[in-house]
Design a protein around this ligand. Structure first.
Ligand code: AMP
Length: 417
């Protein structure tokens, strides 16, 4: 049975807490952005203040073996500073029983990177490229078998399990899902997970209408499932960025050298047809800022988006388009935004995306509920200083996308189930 962090009695309990401390480090192993660490603090502090102790577990990067570059020891001091208590370190997440047993209420222990073990992800490693299907199958079975012991060892350290790692909630890994089975009556979400789930529910389950989704980014193929799910739920769908040109081409427009996927034209047409059938308004780009090369300093010219000259490439939303989208945004009560509406990493083509961030802040000020997710969208909101001027900024790119595809996330199901 699922428990709730606000109601659970942590007195004298050891909590094993999955967090997402997968923070960026520079070449001196200094943390360059500690957002993920700070976002987990309310949960960790709540447990310590409630008379419990915490065993913190996370992954860092994508090591394929024990690799000091990806050691969580680099972040121990910073975690201690944020938490306000000295954090002990267990250099092997599978050999931490004695340290965990010795923890007293109010104390904290950080386990070494879970992904030093293949069992965390449950995927075989070191398979030769020419491995036969038989060999692949045997290796998979072997890691699945040893994964059981791996999970059991982690679970043996604690009395309760808290999952606060939204960024990996779409993965059915040992620490994000499987471990929950060992705590049938003592498993719960941390505050960050609770917040992320509530934010997505605010949009997908009980949105105040009109509900608008702004979906941008490079390719239709990577957000096809998102578009197909949302087209049945929203009132307005704004499609921008690189993926928009496939839709423009599908409608017979001339898009010059703009990014597009011909093989997805049938899907684009299907989405447009579903929208029409359901009375959903689709807003594509009207005018585009184009460049001649994929370069920040390339000359710019504005075209009608359905009539771009052959040797020009659409790279950002032009003012006429932004003005039309802004009207839709400001008339909405709930807004979901994922993906840039232009080539955000080139500052001369970032204006459209920054304008969307500004529109969302204005809509929020006017009382709308606004949820922002995805690397570039979050960066745009942060760059404009609006991170606290929208209703919620999601910490999980991939997890949020899968949630808005309508999938149940394994990390969520493991706690609720
Ligand atoms: P995604 O990861 O799918 O959200 O896509 C983000 C990427 O989309 C960024 O790297 C942007 O540069 C890219 N993008 C957005 N608009 C365009 C465009 N008009 N042409 C090419 N790439 C774009």
């Amino acid at each position: 049975m699922q428990q709730f962090i606000d109601k659970y009695d942590f007195t004298g309990k050891k909590a094993i807490v999955r967090v997402d401390f997968n923070v960026p480090l520079n070449e001196k192993f200094e943390i360059t952005d500690d957002t993920r660490i700070r976002r987990a603090m309310p949960t960790l502090k709540k447990i310590l203040a409630g008379g419990g102790s915490v065993i913190i577990m996370s992954h860092l990067g994508r090591p394929k073996k024990v690799d000091p570059t990806f050691s969580l020891k680099h972040i121990v001091d910073h975690v201690s500073e944020c938490l306000g208590v000295p954090v002990q370190f267990a250099p092997d997440c599978q050999k931490a029983a004695a340290q965990a047993a010795a923890l007293k209420p109010g104390e904290a222990l950080l386990l070494e990177n879970l992904r030093f073990y293949a069992e965390e992800e449950g995927k075989p490693r070191g398979l030769k490229d020419d491995a036969s299907d038989e060999e692949k199958k045997a290796a998979k079975a072997a890691v699945k078998a040893s994964q059981k012991e791996f999970v059991k060892t982690l679970a043996s350290y604690a009395d309760c399990y808290v999952n606060d790692a939204f960024g990996t909630a779409h993965r059915a890994h040992a620490s994000t899902a499987l471990i929950a089975d060992y705590f049938p009556n003592d498993k719960m979400f941390g505050y960050l997970m609770e917040g992320e789930i509530a934010a997505i529910d605010n949009v997908l389950k009980h949105a105040e209408r009109p509900l608008t989704a702004i979906i941008g980014g490079s390719k239709v193929s990577s957000k096809l499932a998102v578009l197909k799910n949302l087209v049945g739920k929203v009132d307005n769908l704004i499609i921008g960025g690189g993926m928009g040109y496939t839709f423009i081409k599908a409608k017979g427009g001339k898009i010059g050298l703009s990014l597009h996927e011909d093989e997805l034209i049938p899907d684009a047409l299907e989405i447009l047809a579903t929208a029409k059938e359901k009375g959903v308004n689709v807003y594509l780009s009207i005018e585009t800022v184009a460049g001649q090369k994929f370069d920040n300093d390339t000359p710019q010219r504005i075209f009608k988006t359905n009539d771009i000259a052959d040797d020009w490439e659409g790279m950002d939303a032009a003012p006429v388009t932004l003005e039309s989208w802004k009207k839709v945004i400001l008339a909405s009560k709930t807004i979901l935004w994922n993906g840039p509406v232009g080539v955000f990493e080139l500052p001369n083509f970032a204006k459209g995306t920054l304008q969307i961030a500004e529109d969302l802040a204005e809509a929020t000020r006017n009382g709308a509920y606004t949820l922002v997710g995805g690397g570039d969208s979050v960066a745009a909101v942060t760059q404009m200083g609006y991170a606290d001027k929208v209703s919620y900024v999601s910490t999980g790119g991939g997890a949020m996308l899968e949630a808005i595809e309508g999938k149940e996330l394994p990390g969520v199901a493991a706690i609720r189930g």
